[in-house]
Design a protein around this ligand. Sequence first.
Ligand code: NAD
Length: 259
Amino acid sequence: MSAKVALITGSTSGIGLAIAKGFAKEGYITCLNSFEPEQDVSEIVLEVDNAGNEPVAYFSFDLSNATNGARLVEAVITKFGRLDVLVNNAGVQKVSPIAQLSTSDWELVRTISLDASFETMKASIPDMISRNWGRIINIASAHGLVASPYKSAYVAAKHGLIGLTKTGALEVAQNGITVNAICPGYVLTPLVEKQLKDQMKVHNMSEEEVINNIMLANQPTKKFIQPQEIASMALYLCSDMARSITGTSIVIDGGWTSR
Ligand code: NAD
């Protein structure tokens, strides 16, 4: 059998990039995605390419238009003839009190995390069913299970993504397809680095205070999670030994949601 094809949305940075490198290293044909033009991410694509021996391809589709999720999956299937693993990872954060959060920011966060994931799943499932095998992994968050102030759009979208995960799992359970969510706590990525500034503003705190009193306050290990830890779980979920794990929200949060 030829190598399996994995698509990771939002994979030019942070967690998605670590997952893409992990899949490339494990012998998957790896499909990267972001909204950036290909020439701007060519070094990143090369980095992933160098991690393994199977082909790596980049697909520029902006998922702030949710229907691009379906177009992205169609483009992957057109190029490689199949899609075996879908990782919905693309996401953005907006930190603001509800009263000041713009409707467009609310929609942006929800569209990328939730609506586009629905579209990619909808487009992938028939192809996965045709081979009676598939893996769908939705990168949710600890904020898919618990809330924090000033993150209404993100918390709502990630709670919704867990609902979509559970429903999808039930619908394809007899087709050899598993659907799971991974719920990380704070992982040190560009998304979190950017958030630091917004958090400093809304909480009127220094960078150090935000890290210690806000971000890692609820993370009992007091350590940021590494992107590779999320990648390892994604790879495990694609193994045959994980075939009975479906509809779950796997928490990698240093103990945060145990409180
Ligand atoms: P990141 O900012 O480092 O990477 C986000 C990726 O998504 C980038 O490749 C970016 O280009 C892409 N992206 C953004 N907007 C896009 C769009 N409109 N269309 C296509 N791609 C787009 O972020 P990260 O921290 O690696 O986060 C990845 C996922 O993990 C997100 O869904 C995030 O919510 C989730 N998550 C992150 C953390 C954390 O602490 N970093 C914790 C829990 C969950």
